[in-house]
Design a protein around this ligand. Structure first.
Ligand SMILES: NC(=O)C1=CN([C@@H]2O[C@H](COP(=O)(O)OP(=O)(O)OC[C@H]3O[C@@H](n4cnc5c(N)ncnc54)[C@H](O)[C@@H]3O)[C@@H](O)[C@H]2O)C=CC1
Ligand SMILES: O=C(O)C(=O)[C@H](O)COP(=O)(O)O
Length: 369
């Protein structure tokens, strides 16, 4: 068996090496020629798997993406051509939850807000959105859920988008869609942006095209700017550079980039391929991951907002990601470079908290207890 894989997919050789010859290359540069005689294609979100890429794929039987989103895959084409497809739902949802928690704490510090007095609206309440709901509740925040698909089953538990957009903080966790009853392309469009109040905070850790970036820039330049946390951008890897100075936190699509999340993504494809070809699994996910640098902390104080911020900072320092982004902004290929050389980041669950004040709240925030 011959596998072509994105070079930024960790653990490919450890997991698939017994079964196949493996070739890797940069995900954004895969060519139709590279797919000649390839049986299995393993990608991440930056490879467009479409008719053009598959034009010379004479032997392709399986395509897998080690990501949650699959908007980069022409799944109808794969079905038409009888090529099996697998993805990794939820693989990096914890990383996204950790990222948004770190962002909320930074917003709290910046605006001198007690987050427990604030309302957050979570738009899109699936795997990643639910991680944010849990962490925000653990911070004592009031949480509004907005998800018209889920609202069909339980309308009283959800708010409409119009109400969600009045919350102190609005965090977006939807897939990018252009069809269907509730498309998300420019869900936050010019009209919605122009209705927002300058005290409001917006977080985007899903897909850049969910916000109209140009309309947002125009709004920020008019004065009384919104507070923005942007992990994703329209037209990645290009970034609307003039928008960056108007953000509180700017990062290069790394919200889900925990080591655990990436490993889970590759492992999901390992399981799917084993099932497709009836192969025996020889490796466990736990074996793959190295020990975290530090694994236990004794907390001798109450779990206040500032204490939580210090604890989160021990594991994940979002400000460093933001600083690297701003420092690199003008360099060629900066976006992909930052992602390729992203430092190892562990999930909050790699750190166990002990102490009299540590209870379920710490676990809901993401830590191990
Ligand atoms: N920045 C990053 O590193 C990452 C970004 N993502 C992005 O986040 C997206 C969401 O991920 P998950 O939560 O795991 O997906 P999911 O499929 O579990 O949940 C998405 C939710 O959005 C809801 N939804 C769809 N259209 C909506 C609309 N118009 N308004 C409100 N809700 C709507 C769906 O009903 C669903 O409950 C992914 O599709 C991916 O594009 C995912 C992982 C990492
Ligand atoms: O899983 C998703 O969906 C994501 O957005 C990934 O975190 C993106 O990572 P790459 O595929 O771009 O490495």
């Amino acid at each position: 068996m011959k596998i072509l894989a994105d070079e930024n997919m960790p653990y490919v050789h450890d997991l698939f090496g017994d079964w196949a010859e493996i070739v890797t290359c940069p995900g954004r540069e895969m060519t139709p020629e590279q797919l000649i005689d390839i049986d299995v294609l393993l990608v991440r979100s930056i490879t467009r798997v479409d008719a053009a890429l598959l034009a010379k794929a004479n032997r392709l039987r399986f395509v897998g993406t080690a990501t949650i989103g699959c908007d980069h895959i022409d799944t109808s084409l794969l079905t038409e051509r009888g090529i099996a497809f697998s993805r990794a739902p939820g693989c990096n949802k914890v990383g996204v939850g950790d990222y948004v928690l770190a962002a909320l704490l930074k917003v709290g510090e910046h605006k001198q807000w007690s987050l427990a007095d604030k309302t957050i609206a979570v738009v899109g309440v699936g795997n990643t959105g639910l991680q944010v709901v849990a962490r925000a509740q653990a911070l004592g925040m009031r949480v509004w859920r907005c998800d018209p698909f889920k609202a069909q089953r339980d309308p009283t538990a959800f708010v409409e988008l119009a109400q969600a957009l009045t919350a102190d903080i609005v965090s977006f966790h939807v897939p990018i869609t252009t069809q269907g009853p509730y498309p998300t392309w420019h869900l936050l469009d010019k009209a919605a942006i122009d209705c927002l109040h300058p005290e409001q905070v917006l977080i985007n850790a899903c897909r850049g095209e969910v916000w109209d970036n140009k309309a947002l820039l125009a709004r920020q330049q008019r004065g009384a700017p919104l507070t923005l946390v942007m992990d994703v951008w329209e037209n990645e890897p290009q970034v609307l550079a003039p928008l960056v100075p108007y953000t509180l936190i700017a990062t290069p699509h790394i919200a889900g980039y925990s080591l655990e999340g990436k490993a889970r993504g590759t492992y999901a494809l390992y399981e799917a391929l084993a099932s497709h070809y009836q192969l025996e699994l020889k490796h466990s996910l736990a074996q793959l991951l190295p020990r975290a640098d530090f694994t236990q902390v004794t907390v001798n104080t109450a779990l206040t907002q500032s204490c939580i911020a210090r604890l989160v900072g021990l594991v994940y320092d979002i400000e460093k990601d933001d600083a690297r982004f701003r420092a690199a902004l003008t360099a060629p290929d900066f976006f992909d470079r930052l992602r390729k050389h992203y430092p190892e980041r562990r999930e909050l669950a790699s750190l166990q908290l002990i102490g009299a004040s540590i209870d379920d709240t710490a676990q809901t925030l993401g830590f191990k207890i």
